[in-house]
Design a protein around this ligand. Structure first.
Ligand code: BDR
Ligand code: CA
Length: 308
């Protein structure tokens, strides 16, 4: 199986990314690292443990960055609720977070398995950027980074920028300029995956605790997406990055040059994608363009259906 580290800020869609990854025999999840993001680090870390309490899994959870490198912290309680996982009732987790910092865990894991570890960041990129700065030797040893963040067109948290990148544009700049094989699943792709009532019903129909939990997450997550954007359901952004590793054939991608706007201003945090190849700069990123949403939901229902 392919070794991955899931770096996340759960988060409704992060929770579903965790479920998909931990249910997939094609992947070996070395650890789950957490970051501030949708809510505080304390809450995202707790939520990663809460999700595993429901799944009955016990992969190590390593807490990471509490705030961005330079800018002030922003968050998304408006979207994910106060706890970050509003909607379902949440059990008390029995597992405790690991003592090791996420950044050290990333560095040690990559150096222990050179060329083998894929990083899957689905929150702000602060942990990955800190790891690259603290131990630059990891850059050539990382197999690939498959992230959820950015967009080739419009943003969500600002007109220009997607939330994860806007949380820490300076960190994103470090990651996009590191010369590591990079795949970007941005809003232009993830917005193709609305959890419509019919799709939510498929999770409920599993008749399991995890199926009901997933449906309840998606019902809460829909509220903001319906009110603000008029979507028929919440996009399951973060699970797209994991699904890409499992079923690449569901995706259409292309190589582009993507640069991060890290200057404060109207486009702060934008992933500027040279879609028409006008700069002549070599591609640094494989950009997700299209996803077979039906195939994606078939995969999610199948894998989430393996839990009790
Ligand atoms: C991203 O922001 C977060 O709210 C989601 O978990 C996802 O990672 C989408 O912009
Ligand atoms: Ca996330």
């Amino acid at each position: 199986p392919r070794k991955i580290i899931l770096d996340c800020d759960p988060g409704h869609d992060d929770a579903i990314a965790i479920m998909l990854a931990l249910a997939s025999p094609e992947l070996e999840v070395l650890g789950i690292t957490t970051t501030y993001g949708n809510v505080s680090l304390e809450r995202t870390t707790r939520n990663a443990l809460v999700v595993q309490e429901i799944l009955g899994t016990s992969v190590g959870v390593y807490p990471g960055a509490e705030r961005p490198l330079v800018r002030e912290r922003i968050s998304a309680e408006l979207v994910h609720g106060i706890s970050g996982l509003e909607g379902p009732s949440l059990p008390q987790p029995r597992q405790k977070p690991q003592d090791k910092h996420a950044v050290h865990f990333i560095i040690e894991s990559v150096l222990a398995h050179p060329g083998e570890v894929t990083l899957v960041p689905v929150g702000p990129l602060t942990n990955v950027a800190l790891a690259l700065r603290l131990q630059p030797r990891i850059a050539p040893a990382i197999r690939e980074i498959v992230l959820m963040g950015g967009s080739i067109d419009i943003g969500n948290y600002s007109p220009s920028a997607e939330f994860n990148i806007l949380c820490d544009p300076h960190a994103a700049k470090i990651v996009f300029e590191a010369g590591i094989p990079l795949v970007m699943m941005g809003l232009n792709l993830t917005h193709q995956t609305p959890a419509t009532p019919e799709r939510v019903a498929r999770f409920r129909a599993l008749g399991t605790r995890t199926g009901a939990f997933t449906a309840e997450l998606l019902e809460f997550f829909k509220i903001h997406h319906q009110q603000r954007y008029g979507f028929a359901g919440a996009p399951i952004h973060d699970a797209c990055a994991v699904a890409y590793l499992l079923r690449g054939e569901l995706f259409k991608t292309g190589p582009y040059h993507v640069e991060i706007e890290a200057n404060e201003g109207l486009a702060f945090g934008r992933t500027v994608c040279d879609y028409w190849r006008v700069t002549g700069k070599a591609p640094n990123c494989e950009v997700g363009l299209h996803i077979d949403a039906e195939g994606f939901y078939d995969l999610l229902v199948e894998r989430i259906g393996t839990y009790g």
